[in-house]
Design a protein around this ligand. Structure first.
Ligand code: PLP
Length: 381
């Protein structure tokens, strides 16, 4: 029999799995499920990107690339980061198969057994798993009482962060809340990070999807350039989830350390996909804006529909999620939502936010209307 490692047994399978299994079961029985549990845009990848991917295949870009990525893509990424105010060079970038891999490499590079990592709850599910796999210890700050904003929680963060803290993870715009942290909040993070010599992961994967607010890149703030690892990717902004393309940016020193894990694990991101990524960064703007606009209309619609049923939400300024408060055990509520209303959402507990359910509004307006109607009919709102 196998003797499994402590490290793998420290983590649970994704908490969203129970819901998607249940949804799949219902669908197999012929039920029409409105699936608002998914973390991906419901749009096709923009045509120019698909064409660039095909052209790259035809041109024979099918072998390994240099481990950290093709020069054209690293250049385009550095340029994009500079437009966000980050003083980036292409050799400070590692191109990864998805932002998730960039996060995994970063955590493995910075977190030792027993190191303290601070998360801002509700937090995306995989941060916790990655930290546990690395042997780190979690300290969690709850933003739920502050409408998911960081600025009002800075005192709590200050009380939690110390010279013993190794790493702080900041995700803005946030999955699962859609909150976009203010510049003042991020300056507060900067002050604490500098004072306590803490490294910071800035997961900015939803940075292109904001509504009327300008997101701030943490690494652009004074004092943050040499202690931030900026994470980003193509999945959300360009609707490229299945292409698996993302990146990290940090100092050359960090890149040379993380690059060891990168080269010994994935070797490189998929060659032709990297070429498609160059096209995305260099030539695709209109589609990004159109998708963003669609998400904004859906957000407005969903906020209005929920309000009509007496549900007040913290209106998200970014990403395509919102947390709705549920007057019940959120796991039970989500099960009832699937069983009775045939609507799939993710329990807040998956993000360490009991009492909420996460709704993804990466779905058409008619499906969103349908979902709210069904939830209301089943007394779930
Ligand atoms: N970070 C956050 C906050 C996410 O929500 C996701 C995807 O759901 C990722 C990172 C990873 O994205 P990908 O690996 O598809 O680039």
């Amino acid at each position: 029999t196998y003797d499994f490692t402590d490290r793998i047994q420290r983590v649970e399978p994704s908490a969203t799995l129970a819901i998607s299994n249940l949804a799949a079961e219902k669908e197999a029985e012929g039920a029409d499920i409105v699936d608002l549990s998914v973390g991906e845009p419901d749009f096709d990848t923009p045509e120019p990107i698909v064409e660039a991917g095909k052209a790259a295949l035809d041109a024979g870009h099918t072998g390994y690339t240099s481990s950290n990525g093709i020069p054209d893509l690293r250049d385009a990424i550095a340029k994009r980061l500079r437009s966000n105010g980050i003083d980036a060079e292409s050799d400070e970038v590692i191109v990864t198969p998805g932002a998730k891999q960039a996060l995994y490499e970063t955590v493995q590079t910075l977190v030792d057994d027993g190191d303290e990592v601070v998360l801002l709850d509700p937090a995306w599910v995989s941060y916790e798993a990655m930290v546990k796999l690395a042997g780190g210890e979690l300290t969690r700050i709850d933003l739920a009482p502050h409408d998911f904003q960081l600025e009002p929680a800075l005192d709590e963060l200050e009380a939690a962060v110390s010279a013993d803290t190794e790493l702080l993870v900041v995700n803005s715009p946030s999955n699962p809340t859609g909150a976009v942290f203010s510049e003042a909040a991020l300056e507060g993070v900067r002050d604490l990070a500098v004072e306590n010599d803490v490294s910071v992961i800035a997961d900015e994967i939803y940075e292109r999807i904001t509504y009327g607010v300008e997101p701030t890149s943490l690494a652009s703030l004074d004092g943050m350039a040499d202690r931030t690892v900026t994470i980003n990717g193509f999945s959300k902004a360009y609707s490229m989830t299945g292409w698996r393309l993302g990146y990290l940016h940090a100092t050359e020193e960090l890149v040379s350390q993380a690059g060891k894990l990168h080269s010994h694990s994935v070797s490189c991101a998929t060659n032709f996909v990297q070429h498609a990524g160059v096209e995305a960064l260099e030539s695709v703007e209109t589609e990004v804006t159109e998708m963003r606009d669609a998400f904004e209309s859906r957000r407005d619609l969903l906020v209005d529909l929920l309000e009509e049923h007496g549900v007040d939400v913290a209106v998200p300024d970014g990403a395509f999620y919102m947390m709705i408060p549920v007057d019940a055990d959120d796991q039970a509520w989500c099960e009832a939502a699937i069983e009775q209303a045939h609507v799939a959402c993710v329990p807040g507990s998956a993000f360490n936010a009991a009492g909420y359910a996460r709704i993804s509004y990466a779905a058409s307006e008619s499906r969103l209307r349908e979902a709210v109607e069904r939830l209301a009919e089943n007394d779930l709102l």
